[in-house]
Design a protein around this ligand. Structure first.
Ligand code: NAD
Length: 358
């Protein structure tokens, strides 16, 4: 197989974790005879420094002409004073919009070796395996009117939650199709008791469900879901929800597993998918060889699975991660009693060695 991958390491720890994932990609390529051609470009703060904007046109063009995008993280204190349109994070919104990435998939799965790293009781989290499917290009982050207006007495801030039938239909299909490959249960999260946009959301999800009789559909209000995720997370298989609710619930689901550094994500939609760890650029540990590269390596596995249909290769990477953790190797963020502390590079190297033995 021949594939072209746009690699955006971005800022902060992005520069340290992405190279570890690329080593794994190269190892998979040589072992299975795939030609993965990686091309690098800048986005985020690095692009602001070199080109004055967070998403230069050549970076966007590279993303569009590639088969998939691997991204580290963007942002950092250096660029926090800039206005919203010029901030590093705009690169993410631009890529999502331009690549038509309307669905964000975030699996939250517990590794048995890391059960102690969670703040929840082992019996609550042992065996959890949740996939949050978040709508990514609609809802309150993009709805109009928006802005801050001046009023006779001060100011008025406005954002608008908007969803169309088309937007809800396509994300519902992603959720039901994902559930068919898993435990066949979709829980749709809304606030249909208060919001009209949620009322439409529920109506459309019920309609789309008619094409998936093999999948069970449940509905839950978002406030209840926030509670249920910490009370009994094992009740969930696939959660499908709006942009805003998904932003919050996917972080909550992530924390069930103990560390933000472990978790991958996929953004899919039209032809080019984008894969990145769920965490940010972690300026507090950047440049110290302390960052956990597992979320990025697992994102690479998602790329192989979702974009290239290489499920066997993806499975091998996941096994290599699992074995490395079972052997007791840890980066600082997941360190525990009786474990062996490794730096970013050493963790990448150990996963690579375990991959070679499989
Ligand atoms: P963050 O995810 O960067 O860090 C939160 C905490 O988790 C920090 O203590 C950090 O050290 C730790 N952490 C994160 N990833 C880790 C890893 N791989 N290994 C070990 N520890 C890890 O969130 P933040 O501090 O709120 O944001 C920092 C910057 O990142 C901001 O500029 C923010 O806008 C940006 N950000 C970018 C993305 C993205 O690129 N997708 C996502 C979130 C935040």
């Amino acid at each position: 197989m021949k594939k072209k991958i746009a690699v955006f390491s971005g800022d902060g720890i992005g520069q340290e974790i992405v190279p570890e994932a690329i080593k794994v990609l190269d190892a998979i390529g040589s072992r299975f005879g795939h030609a993965f051609a990686c091309e690098y470009a800048q986005v985020g703060g690095a692009a602001i420094d070199s080109a004055g904007i967070p998403l230069p046109s050549d970076s966007l063009a590279l993303a569009k002409e590639s088969d998939a995008v691997l991204l580290g993280a963007v942002g950092g204190p250096k660029w926090e004073g800039l206005d919203y349109e010029r901030r590093p994070e705009r690169a993410l919104l631009g890529l999502r919009e331009q690549l038509g990435l309307f669905a964000n998939l975030r699996p939250a799965k517990i590794y048995s070796a890391l059960i102690q790293a969670s703040t929840l009781k082992p019996e609550v989290i042992d065996g959890i395996d949740v996939l949050v499917v978040r709508e990514l290009t609609g809802g309150i982050y993009f709805g109009k009117p928006k802005g801050i207006e001046t009023t006779p007495t001060g100011h008025r801030g406005v954002n608008t939650e908007v969803y169309t039938t088309e937007e809800i239909t396509r994300i519902a299909h992603v959720a039901f199709k994902s559930a068919q490959k898993r435990r066949r249960l979709v829980t749709s999260i809304d606030k249909a008791n208060v919001l009209e946009s949620s009322e439409l959301w529920r109506r459309v999800v019920i309609e789309v469900h008619k094409s998936y009789p093999d999948v069970e559909l449940r509905h839950m209000y978002v406030d209840n879901c926030a509670m249920q995720l910490v009370r009994n997370p094992k009740q969930f298989d696939v959660i499908v929800t709006t942009n805003l609710f998904g932003d919050i619930l996917s972080d909550e689901a992530a924390m069930l597993t103990g560390s933000i550094g472990m978790l991958p994500s996929a953004s899919i939609g039209s032809t080019v998918g984008m894969f990145e760890p769920i965490h940010g650029s972690a300026p507090d540990i950047a440049g110290k060889n302390m960052a956990n590269p597992i979320g990025t390596i697992a994102s690479l596995a998602m790329m192989l699975n979702y974009s290239f249909d290489l499920s066997k290769e993806a499975e091998l990477i996941e096994q290599a991660i699992q074995i490395t953790l079972d052997q007791g190797f840890r980066t600082k963020d997941i360190e525990g009693e009786g474990t062996t502390l490794l730096g970013t590079k050493e963790m990448g190297e150990t996963i690579l060695q375990n991959l070679g033995r499989l």
